[in-house]
Design a protein around this ligand. Structure first.
Ligand code: MTE
Ligand code: MO
Length: 247
């Protein structure tokens, strides 16, 4: 498809959504602000043109590259930006007491230890990470598909959005299509080892069809919502970033 066709199809899809108000694709969640039109166009075009669960390319071991750890400081070190006393305690005890809580629109809210997550069937994938700063890197990720955990927690059919909160005080959300995507992982392994601190230990999110900053590190809490939630002050919209960064 040429770029022009793509843009035309995307605009048609966006127009269709905004003006018909009825489609299988959810309404672009950030629509309503003129400056958000590009974000919405990407969202709707991506959703309209890609088959729902199409996979991103997976690479082989020989393609694995060095992987910078960016935008982050060890949240277990006092004085570092994003320092968390709770994280420090968990880190000292090698995360045996770490638990990921899952709340909101689920039948069985609760929390999962690292051992619990490792008991689910795992997935390993070698994918390319694209940072908004302009670099890319290829790494291997092992973890449990988020869909498995959401299903185990009894995610309700009314759910529309999944919010994530981290120890270093980041928050972000993804829609249900990305949440249930087979390559969306709660990753606890990187390049065949435990996930290193710098890359988000003990568990990070991998959202492979979006830019790197959606793949939150140092996960603490997941909240399933029936309505779109951009995570308010800490979310991308209020911090000035695109909420949807499909690639
Ligand atoms: N909790 C948290 N998640 C985060 C970040 C962060 O600083 N804190 N940085 C983001 C950005 S901008 C990128 S590019 C990737 C970097 O992942 P890496 O450190 O494994 O390279 O993590 C993303 N997730
Ligand atoms: Mo990034």
């Amino acid at each position: 498809m040429s770029r022009r066709d793509f843009v035309v199809a995307g605009s048609a899809a966006l127009g269709g959504l905004l003006f018909s108000g009825c489609s299988k694709t959810p309404l672009p969640p950030t629509y309503g602000n003129l400056l958000r039109m590009a974000d919405d166009l990407t969202y709707v075009a991506h959703r309209a043109l890609l088959p729902g669960q199409s996979l991103v390319r997976e690479y082989s071991h020989k393609d694995i590259s060095s992987f910078p750890a960016t935008g982050t400081f060890d949240p277990g070190v006092p004085g570092s930006p994003g320092y968390s006393e709770a994280y420090r305690g968990l880190q000292r005890n090698r995360f045996v007491d770490w638990r990921l809580s899952i709340e909101g629109s689920v039948e069985r809210p609760g929390s999962y230890s690292l051992a619990d997550l490792k008991r689910f069937p795992s997935r390993t994938q070698i994918t390319r990470h694209t940072c908004e700063e302009g670099w890319t890197a290829i790494g291997e990720w092992t973890g449990v598909p988020l869909s498995r955990v959401l299903i185990a927690a009894g995610m309700r059919p009314t759910a529309r959005c999944v919010c994530f909160y981290t120890f270093d005080d980041w928050a972000d959300s993804i829609d249900i299509l990305d949440a249930l995507h087979p390559q969306t992982l709660l990753a606890y392994g990187m390049n065949d080892r435990d996930l290193p601190t710098a890359h988000g230990a003990p568990v990070r999110l991998r959202v492979e069809r979006q830019m790197g900053y959606k793949s939150l590190k140092y996960l603490q809490r997941i909240v399933v919502k029936d309505v779109f939630d951009d995570c308010g002050k800490k979310g991308n919209i209020q911090t000035g970033w695109a909420w949807y960064t499909g690639i």
